[in-house]
Design a protein around this ligand. Sequence first.
Ligand code: ZN
Length: 193
Amino acid sequence: MWAITFEFLSGAIMAYMITRIPFLTFPRVKSWNEQFPPHPEPIFVDAHLIQRLMHMRLFYWLALVFAIIPLTFGWFSLAHGSAPIGFGMWVVSGWLVLSRITAVIAGEQAPWNKQLAMRLQIVRNESESEKSCCNLPYPIWEVSAVRCRTCGKNLLNESRPDLGRPRGDGWIMGFIRLILTDGKAIVAPDEEE
Ligand SMILES: [Zn+2]
């Protein structure tokens, strides 16, 4: 019984890790993050940030492509090897595929999405226009909202999801936190002012 449970869990964990490879590894390469301040400091809202948001969105959806790996291995394992490992892989990767598809059908948004990128772009445009919050607008994305560093005005009530920077809380803790949150913002956005 213990052996079966262990094999099932190994299959499940393996599938979980494989489907998170794009999101956990690709954006965290050092050369990819030199234009950004280190995590968890606020990030200046510019073209780089908006581009990063779109990349994170891509990695989020790439998980569906990566789910093919554990689905295939799981199938082989079910047919020719250890059934519990194969079943574990199928449960986790199947769940990922189903939950992402149902989220699309239900109209739920990924933590990184086009609407968010567009709203950040509007913040950028406004800070460069005559409607800007102050004379020296400097919008930065803090943990719970986008604010102007000069005047402190709240410019956008969106808490910051993970943006793929190497984690400031250490490799292991950062890794565990990313696995648990799946990159979603941990803090709720500020109340409307
Ligand atoms: Zn300002």
